[in-house]
Design a protein around this ligand. Sequence first.
Ligand code: LLP
Length: 405
Amino acid sequence: MSLDIKTLVDKYDTPLYVYDFNNIAKRYQELKGAFDGKKSLVAYAVKSNSNLAVIKHLAKLGAGADCVSIGEVKRALKAGIAKYKIIFSGVGKRDSEIREALQKDILLLNLESEAEMKRVEMIAKELGIEARISIRVNPNVDPQTHPYISTGLHENKFGVSIDSAKRMYIYAKKSEHLNPIGIHFHIGSQLTELSPIVEACEIVADLVRSLKAIDIDIKFFDVGGGLGVVYDNEITIKTHEYADAIIKAIKGLDVTVVMEPGRYMMANSGIFLTRVLYEKQNGDKRFVIVDGAMNDLLRPSLYSAYHKIEAVQKDGEKTPADVVGPVCESGDFLGKDVPLPPLEHNDILVVHSAGAYGFTMSSNYNTRNRVAEVAVLDGKDYLIRKRESFDDQIKLEEVCDTSWL
Ligand code: LLP
């Protein structure tokens, strides 16, 4: 991102998320372009970064949305994503969420259990409609990624086995209130190997063929998200190889390929800026204490995820330091053994690859205000979320009457 970081920090303060909207568009177009000439829908995984401006930007480019709560569905609609491009997934949808999603007439409800299918059928019956559904299949393929973001094995809570999926499709086909038109899988996130994706595609494509033989016509073949990105020195899957492999696996099927990328579009379209508060040495250990913390960017603490960290316009011999935040947890760090030059109060650090699962996983832990978000498009910067204030944080508590205390 060619940005004047000092100017942004002077204007918006720290901690701060900054997103490169040109890069988001580039990534979207690259993926969509790889499927050129084929029926495809890139349904952006809203959970990776749900800022309305981000979704609106993608909506204008033609993207759909993959949502996992009615809140995300509402965000997608509000940002201008066409309802026929919105998918609602997730293992635990509440009745009210199912009802609202059906009323909003979105493309598909993605079902993850037989019990959920019965609920959807009942609610669709109450509403007097037919619910368009897809079923999330768990192909029992090892995606070779971090166990916390691995989802395609039977030991994970997601989806149903091929056999139950088949039973569910047969049931749905007979139901007056269910219309099974899609199939879905998502084996994990930050995938850097193509072979597990191909394996899953082949298993699921075979199921689609066997469903066709019994007159169940699947129109949407949803391969989920999961495309990995470079955080450090990973070798990632090339989009054209990804597309070619999927197209090959579904040969002979007349389906629209749906993808649900989040990280692919957002991770390296975002940085997190934080300010040095102090340096300190505990014995041999060097700490750089910054104003950003685990509540702002949880990935390092939660997954020991690596994010490259660099000092802005600072020279000097680099020595390893742990970059830590002010939160009262030993697990509050943004980086360990980061090679950094000597730093002073108010120096700025850039935490790279922070555009996906950064702000969306942030919290108010330690009554810290959620940070501001800024978009940069064609060299111009725009505030897309205000920094939270203390009043914002407490306003839902202030409405309570506490005279009983
Ligand atoms: N579709 C489904 C059904 C998913 O569960 C996910 C992510 C995606 C799509 C998008 O995956 P992506 O393309 O972004 O890899 N918080 C973790 C990632 C959790 C991913 C959960 N599911 C992290 O920070 O690494």
